[in-house]
Design a binder for this molecule. Structure first.
Ligand code: SAH
Ligand code: DHB
Ligand code: MG
Length: 221
C-alpha cells in the first residue's frame, strides 16, 4: 500500500459521504492563499469530529489550535443555535484568517477565536470559573499536550469528550527512545491518560490525505 492509494481512498469516501461545501472549501483556499500550512484535518476527519460533537449533544466546545478555522467550522456546525465554541490560537495571522472563514460560514455568532498562548488562556478560564465544556479538541503544539490535558480536565465534567489529533505521528510515538519533543509530549499525554482513573480512552491510527497519523478519544467520568 502506498500514499497515493490512501489519498485515492480518502477521495472516494469523501465523494460518497459529503456534498461539496463552499464555506469549507473557501476556508482551505483562503488559508493556502494566506500562506498557512496545509495541516488542517482531512474532510472525513472533520466530519467525524462533527458527528462526535453531535452525538455528545455538545453545547459548549473548546478547540486548541485554530489555524484557518477549518476544523472549527466542522465542529461549530454541530452546535445548536445558542451553542458556543471557543477556539484558541497563538498566531494572530492565523486567527485573522480563521475569523474571516468563520464569518463566511455564517458562524461568527457561535464561535470566538481567542488569540494567545493556549496555556495562558486556559489558566485564565480556570481562574474565571467558566462553565465546563462538553467537547474538547486538542490540536495545538504537540509538545504541550501534557499541560493541555491537565488544564482541560479542570474545564471538563463527567461525560466530556476529549479528542486529541496527531497522536500517532507516522508511528514515531511508539518509540520510547525518541528525543523529538512532539513525540515526548504525546507519550507523556498517553501516560497521563493511563494513570487517570477518571478518563477512559482509545486511540485510532489513520492513513489518508494527511499521511499516517491518528487521534485519541477520551471520556471523562
Ligand atoms: N485545528 C486546525 C489545525 C490546527 S494546526 C484544523 O484542523 O483545521 C495547529 C495550530 O496551533 C496552529 O495554527 C498553531 O499556530 C497553533 N498553536 C501552536 N502553538 C500554540 C499555542 N501554544 N497556543 C495556541 N495555539 C498554538
Ligand atoms: C502538524 C500539526 C497538526 O495539527 C497536524 O494535524 C499535522 C501536522 C504539525 O505541526 O506538523
Ligand atoms: Mg492536527
Amino acid at each position: 500500500m502506498n500514499e497515493q492509494q490512501w489519498i485515492a481512498m480518502d477521495e472516494y469516501v469523501c465523494e460518497r459521504t459529503q456534498t461539496p461545501d463552499e464555506a469549507l472549501e473557501a476556508a482551505l483556499k483562503s488559508s493556502m492563499d494566506a500562506g498557512l500550512p496545509a495541516i488542517s484535518v482531512a474532510p472525513n476527519q472533520g466530519k467525524l469530529l462533527q458527528m462526535l460533537a453531535r452525538l455528545r449533544g455538545a453545547r459548549r466546545i473548546l478547540e486548541l489550535g485554530t489555524l484557518g478555522g477549518y476544523s472549527t467550522i466542522w465542529l461549530a456546525r454541530a452546535l445548536p443555535e445558542d451553542g458556543t465554541l471557543l477556539t484558541l490560537e497563538a498566531v494572530e495571522h492565523h486567527a485573522n484568517v480563521a475569523r474571516r472563514n468563520i464569518e463566511r460560514a455564517g458562524l461568527s455568532g457561535v464561535v470566538s477565536v481567542i488569540v494567545g498562548n493556549a496555556v495562558d488562556t486556559l489558566e485564565a478560564f480556570i481562574r474565571d470559573g467558566i462553565p465546563p465544556f462538553d467537547f474538547i479538541f486538542l490540536d495545538a503544539d504537540k509538545q504541550t499536550y501534557p499541560a493541555y490535558l491537565r488544564l482541560v480536565l479542570r474545564l471538563s465534567r463527567p461525560g466530556t469528550l476529549i479528542v486529541a489529533d496527531n497522536v500517532i505521528r507516522q508511528g514515531r510515538v511508539a518509540d520510547a527512545g525518541s528525543t523529538d519533543p512532539d513525540v515526548i509530549g504525546v507519550r507523556t499525554f498517553f501516560d497521563m491518560l493511563a494513570a487517570d482513573a477518571h478518563v477512559s480512552s482509545t486511540a485510532i491510527q489513520t492513513v489518508g490525505s494527511k499521511g499516517w497519523d491518528g487521534f485519541s478519544i477520551s471520556i471523562v467520568s
